[in-house]
Design a protein around this ligand. Structure first.
Ligand code: NAD
Length: 270
């Protein structure tokens, strides 16, 4: 299947590691020109090099055009600069993937109102601002894909993750609203919901749990995977490839969905 992504400009936020990086790899392998951002310039540049190499194993078998721009997604002017450089160096972005680090864990009385404000800025406003900066380019082209990375927690609130459970729901409200507003102009807007995915962050979390509970990392993982019908966590690329498909020409009639990539972890029908 030709995904029709060749030479399309794709911006993937918070993409030096983990799910964002996997989305960028998937897009680059299909020939998209990829613009990535994260706060740490050294890590980001190393990731850009990895993506160029990974793209060489994709459909085009040539190193991809990858632009790396250090930016903190909570800082509007840094997002603006990232978009400006992308337009100048790669062309207008027709694909945007919103993403950020997760808000801190905690239950209700562990958190104060500053924590809520910070989670709102990190999770909702970073996605909203990237949409403000990229959707006009998509409308002008009459084609676009806006994809928000959220979490399975928008369907099934998770223990001790009150901020994630609450604020990510508002990203779904944004996603669904924009999918209605711009569908007639050739844009699709969807959310992809990761379940447990073995990124470096999750690997670290497993190591912490193993040390805390005096068990092995495999035992710590088994405490999670016994609830996943697939019997394992996802590899990040299994997530990145779903983002890539939703960004493609072939996904033109998928609009407004919240698609979990969780190996069946979410048990309900709707
Ligand atoms: P990760 O920590 O491996 O990667 C996060 C990336 O975001 C890194 O590149 C980091 O540098 C970048 N980043 C963080 N804050 C940033 C900021 N303010 N500005 C710019 N870049 C920033 O995390 P991950 O596992 O890839 O998760 C990505 C998102 O998905 C997080 O919000 C996480 O909570 C959520 N999530 C992850 C899982 C999972 O199992 N991995 C499951 C559900 C939800």
């Amino acid at each position: 299947m030709n995904l029709g992504l060749q030479d399309k400009v794709a911006m993937v936020a918070a993409s030096s590691k983990g799910l964002g990086k996997a989305a960028a790899v998937g897009l680059a392998r299909e020939g998209a020109k990829v613009s990535i951002c994260a706060r740490d310039a050294d890590q980001l540049n190393a990731t850009a090099e990895e993506i160029r190499e990974a793209a060489g194993s994709g459909v085009l078998a040539v190193p991809a055009d990858v632009l790396a721009v250090p930016a903190d997604v909570t800082q509007r002017e840094e997002i603006d600069q990232w978009v400006e450089r992308t337009v100048a160096e790669l062309g207008p972005p027709l694909i945007a993937v919103t993403n950020a680090g997760g808000p801190p864990p905690g239950n209700f009385f562990d958190l104060n109102e500053e924590d809520w404000q910070a989670a709102f800025d990190l999770t909702l406003m970073s996605a909203t601002h990237l949409a403000y900066q990229t959707v006009p380019h998509m409308r002008e082209a009459g084609w676009g894909r806006l994809i928000t990375i959220t979490s399975i927690s928008v369907k099934m609130p998770l223990g001790n993750l009150l901020l994630s459970n609450s604020v990510r729901m508002s990203v779904i409200g944004l996603t669904k609203s924009l999918s209605n507003e711009f569908a007639g102009e050739g844009l699709t807007v969807n959310s992809v919901l990761p379940g447990w995915t073995r990124t470096e962050r999750v690997q670290q979390l497993l190591q912490d749990r193993a040390e805390r509970d005096g068990i092995s990392v495999d035992e710590a993982a088994a405490g999670i995977t016994h609830n996943i019908p697939a019997g394992r966590m996802a590899d990040p690329q299994e997530f990145g490839d779903v983002v890539t498909f939703l960004a493609s020409e072939r996904a033109s009639f998928i609009n407004g969905v919240s698609l979990q990539v969780d190996g069946g972890y979410y048990k309900a029908v709707y």
